[in-house]
Design a protein around this ligand. Sequence first.
Ligand SMILES: Cc1cc2nc3c(=O)[nH]c(=O)nc-3n(C[C@H](O)[C@H](O)[C@H](O)COP(=O)(O)OP(=O)(O)OC[C@H]3O[C@@H](n4cnc5c(N)ncnc54)[C@H](O)[C@@H]3O)c2cc1C
Length: 307
Amino acid sequence: MVYRAKGRVRDMEFVQFHPTSLYNPAIENPSFLISEAVRGYGAVLRTKDGKEFMHRYDERLSLAPRDIVARAIDNEMKIRGDEFVYLDCRHLEKTGFQEHFPTIYDKCIRVGIDPMKDLIPVVPACHYMCGGVMTDLQGRASIDRLYACGECTSTGLHGANRLASNSLLEAMVFAHRIAEDLLPRIDTFELREDVPDWNAEGTTDPREMVLITQSAKELKEIMSSYVGIVRSNVRLKRAMDRLYLLYKETEDLYHQTTISPQLCELRNLITIAYLVTRSAAMRKESRGLHFTTDYPDKMEHVEETYM
Ligand SMILES: Cc1cc2nc3c(=O)[nH]c(=O)nc-3n(C[C@H](O)[C@H](O)[C@H](O)COP(=O)(O)OP(=O)(O)OC[C@H]3O[C@@H](n4cnc5c(N)ncnc54)[C@H](O)[C@@H]3O)c2cc1C
């Protein structure tokens, strides 16, 4: 919404992936996360044939930072054509595991996996967006009187790669700052109350919901395949071309049919996908959560990607 209203958004290419969500072919949305504390507790990552692989990527092995582990898993899956890797907890002590991770243990048992006897299939999942509505340190966006805080923002706090657990703190700190900034000013604002009702004249009821649901599925596939953990110029270009088609089709639908929450959501998702892809294409280096095979190194100075 802010982008459409010509407000500034920044750093949209920095999308954090959680390395280990439970692989569930039944498609669970949102995915169930196997906390990174499980690896901290001693669980080990293995490929489908049972071999450890993290030593080829980082000396910290399974305890390497999130982005490194997610990239390593993604690489192993791509090389081998596998849909997941395994997290091995079989050597861990059962009572301790149950005490530390009761929810994870219960969830695994419910889907037929006994973590003490079976390997847990895991796959990286899209987890957090570091970029967003650009704000200053008081939470003010570039549009006058618009404040923003939380995951939708880019306050600068997370840089190119968020440290775990920082986002809730950020949301609280900025909510507080916004309140402090706003309270002395709010009475001076003139608020408009003459916002017109939505005008649906000339639109028809959507007869085919499949046009929306199918486009949402396509969007997800495009982003997963081409703008995921590892990027390249060719992949980003392909994503942009496909996104443009979806954008055109959805804009037509938006102007011709009565709106629905599903249609509005799809339209917003396409805008976000476009911003992520375009920001990724603008960054000619690899930094933090953005990794591209065409520019694997960091540039010396940091460029902002804002629109
Ligand atoms: C599985 C998981 C585990 C996490 N664990 C941690 C953690 O341990 N520590 C940590 O700091 N962070 C964690 N995070 C990240 C953290 O949860 C989020 O960054 C944080 O909750 C974002 O809060 P928010 O209020 O900005 O956004 P949200 O919680 O996403 O709230 C946005 C709200 O806006 C509503 N909304 C959306 N569009 C519209 C619209 N058009 N009109 C009206 N309402 C709308 C949504 O329904 C939602 O209620 C985790 C995230 C995930 C996914």
